[in-house]
Design a protein around this ligand. Structure first.
Ligand code: UDP
Ligand code: MG
Length: 319
């Protein structure tokens, strides 16, 4: 794999960036500085995810003086997952490292990651030691979702992040053998298997402006993560149905018993509670089924996950 005679760089670093103009220069020079200590043979690809600020102009300016810095610009904001996928497609390195533009993923970890890869690891996951920078709500939500996916989907994504090193073999599998459009990068790269290594890191505070994820984009990512990795929620529907059946038996027995003893069937409250309960079970079930149908619908439309407006420093061969 590490044949120095191949025309491809040894390491590609992918940086998805959405409105990161402010801190990008610093991120690029920090990352490039650290890469220099690992290998001279590298490329950095910044994927501008339809930023409304000057992110892409900054990449272009940087690319003028450093040909190893390249850029891809989307026609609009397609989301980080799409940016990561594009980055993987355009990457040429024998190892590919995905890292955030805000330096919350410490680039100082890259030499260790590369060392583990040179020792034979196919995937090196950087795992969060703490989530101190996340709010309590976000931490709880992440814990719950990760727990469900890890338990039900049979993959380990506890405290995982998108900061990973992937061998070319893994990148090719992700890009060419997994055709799904709505992706959950973190989950997929664990699902693949092969020899994995883990490195822990502390998430530092974001320096410039705030997180680029809106509440709803996080909800959407969580739903994609769940529907991509497990169909267990569908079984919840069956479970709710069984619960309703048991409830029905209890209420019916109580009504019959009262009738047998000559009492008028009491309980306006019972009826209302039963109705509400059944109503909510039905709604939840429809919602769960709906999410899976929506996923099928999205996949079947087969629209491209992103559209590229322009690129800088990238050869004509890739699409
Ligand atoms: N990002 C992106 N597209 C988006 C949202 C975010 O490419 O629609 C990038 C962003 O520029 C950053 C990385 O994804 O490089 C992580 O985003 P952020 O730091 O906002 O997320 P958090 O650290 O809260 O997970
Ligand atoms: Mg961040």
């Amino acid at each position: 794999m590490n044949n120095p005679l191949t025309p491809f760089p040894e390491i590609t670093v992918l940086i998805p960036a959405y409105n990161e103009g402010e801190g990008l220069e610093r991120a690029l020079s920090t990352i490039a500085g650290i890469l220099e200590t690992i290998s001279k043979d590298w490329e950095i690809i910044v994927i501008d995810d339809g930023s409304r600020d000057n992110t892409y102009e900054r990449v272009c300016r940087h690319a003028l003086t450093e040909s190893r810095v390249k850029g891809v610009s989307f026609s609009r904001n397609f989301g980080k997952e799409a940016a990561l996928l594009a980055g993987l497609k355009y990457s040429q390195g024998r190892a590919v490292i995905a890292i955030d533009a805000d330096l919350q993923h410490p680039p100082e970890l890259m030499p260790d990651m590369v060392a583990k890869w040179r020792d034979g690891a196919k995937i090196v996951h950087a795992v969060k030691r703490n989530r101190k920078t996340d709010s309590l709500g976000k931490r709880l939500a992440a814990l719950t979702i990760n727990q469900i996916i890890s338990r039900m989907g049979g993959i380990n994504i506890h405290n995982s992040s998108d900061f990973k090193l992937l061998d070319r073999e893994i990148v090719d599998i992700l890009v060419y053998q997994l055709p799904e459009r709505q992706r959950f990068f973190r989950g997929l790269s664990s699902w693949i298997g092969f020899r994995e290594e883990y490195i822990e890191f502390d998430v530092s505070e974001r320096i410039e402006n705030e997180s680029k994820w809106s509440f709803w984009s996080l909800v959407e990512l969580s739903i994609t993560a769940l529907t991509s990795f497990t169909s267990v929620p569908l079984r919840i529907v069956t479970f709710l149905g069984l619960m309703t059946l048991v409830l029905g038996f209890v209420v019916a027995s109580e009504a019959l018993w009262s009738w047998y003893h000559g009492q008028a069937v009491s309980g306006f409250a019972t009826i209302i509670i039963t109705l509400l309960l059944i109503g909510s079970f039905i709604m939840i079930s429809l919602g769960i089924i709906g999410e899976y149908i929506a996923k099928i619908y999205e996949e079947i439309k087969a629209r491209p996950p992103y559209l590229v407006k322009s690129t800088v420093g990238i050869g004509e061969t890739k699409s």
